[in-house]
Design a protein around this ligand. Sequence first.
Ligand code: FES
Length: 143
Amino acid sequence: MALYSEVVMDHFRHPRNVGVIEDADGVGEVGNAKCGDIMKIYLKIEDGVIVDVKFETFGCGSAIASSSMATEMIKGKPLADALTLTNKAVAEALDGLPAHKLHCSVLAEEAIKAAIKDYYDRHGIAYDSAQFPDCGSCEHCHV
Ligand code: FES
């Protein structure tokens, strides 16, 4: 059996939403302490809805495929929905990731959360900090 699903290979070869949003409303950057890979997510938000999202990922194929899929999953969605996106859902949408690559999808979840938190912070919007667990305490990631 192939190590990577067709969906992973498709998103790796043709990643969606790659790039930068210059006037982004929220930007989140996370890194993986173990492999040194970095993921950055840019959000454009209007009336609480993610109207545009772009990413830059300096990392492995699984991290690139995860970013691509995750951005597709939150585009056009309300912030509340994007906040509930889990790395498990991203990995499932990719038709699975090898067990030793699951941590790569964690970067996508964390980067999206970090970008939403940045948006809230910039705009003085109150939020429950429990929604944003400290990335530094995560087993895999750190900011
Ligand atoms: Fe670094 Fe996948 S090995 S994020």
